[in-house]
Ligand binder design. Structure first.
Ligand SMILES: [Zn+2]
Length: 274
């Protein structure tokens, strides 16, 4: 996905791009974070991505659908805001949304609902929302904007994907990114020139205690890193083999093979072929 208009938040961008390439975007997201973290920017980009009619990377920002979403006038994107002092969405508003959701889209393939202050909804409004998340029409997508995802019922959260956002340049996020970049570099070094034992140790560190999703993000970065090294590599054949293995590894992660079992396999793959 083309999400460069969102500042920082690399992790969420990677998560969404990968999802789009893989099983496709989800029908419900919680965009959580403080003001200034880019929740509305991302909500707009996601809505545009869902309605974009371009064949290339989405949202293209050029097609009529993208234009309408970005100007806030697309008939298939609705922004639901609460009224009153707390600006809380009421159960009646959710019911109205529910009937609206069953009317087919006007011009796009999907209908997108943005819910402001979703974490402020009271339990009955959230329960009404829950029904919609569970049984709503396939074309409907819901973007729940929240300060704190913890304010939503567990049942609602479990039916949405969470996109935690941070104001750009937040140290923890930068540090996270730096640490990951360093790990990828160490792993690429090991693949490029380490001996068998050293490579095994490094790949065990690389795979240790990670979720499948985190691991495949790392593998993506690793593949890019290896790709940039091939041109100047001393042992080009070895690097090409590494790239091939990383690709296979990614497939294995997709099939839910445990990340920790993969380090031994990676080593064996490198050294039996060379
Ligand atoms: Zn477009």
């Amino acid at each position: 996905m083309k999400l460069s208009a969102l500042r920082g938040n690399e992790r969420v961008k990677e998560q969404l791009s990968q999802q789009e390439r893989g099983r496709g975007l989800s029908h419900a997201y919680i965009l959580s974070g403080p003001e200034g973290s880019g929740r509305h920017t991302l909500a707009r980009l996601l809505s545009a991505g869902m309605l974009c009619t371009s064949q290339g990377e989405k949202p293209c920002g050029q097609c009529p659908a993208c234009g309408k979403v970005l100007r806030g006038v697309h008939p298939d994107v609705s922004l639901i805001t609460g009224s009153g002092a707390g600006k809380t969405i009421t159960v009646d508003q959710v019911r109205a949304l529910r009937s609206d959701a069953y009317i087919r889209p006007n011009e796009g393939q999907r209908k997108v609902y943005l819910l402001e202050n979703a974490d402020q909804m009271n339990p009955s409004a959230q329960n009404a929302m829950l029904k919609l998340l569970e049984e709503g029409p396939r074309y409907a997508a819901f973007l729940l904007i929240a300060n704190n995802a913890g304010g939503l019922l567990e049942t609602v959260r479990s039916r949405c994907e969470e996109l935690p956002l941070f104001p750009a340049g937040r140290p923890a996020e930068d540090e996270d990114g730096r640490e990951r970049a360093a790990q990828v570099k160490r792993m690429a070094d090991a693949l490029e020139r380490a001996g068998e034992l050293e490579l095994l140790e490094e790949s065990m560190r690389f795979a240790a205690k990670r979720s499948g999703e985190e691991f495949s993000l790392l593998l993506d970065s690793l593949e890019v890193e290896l790709g940039t090294r091939i041109a100047q590599a001393r042992d080009r054949r070895r690097l090409l083999r590494a790239v091939e293995l990383v690709k296979e590894l990614r497939e294995a992660v997709r099939r839910n093979v445990n990340a920790n079992q993969l380090s031994g396999w990676l080593c064996a793959g490198m050294f039996t072929a060379l």
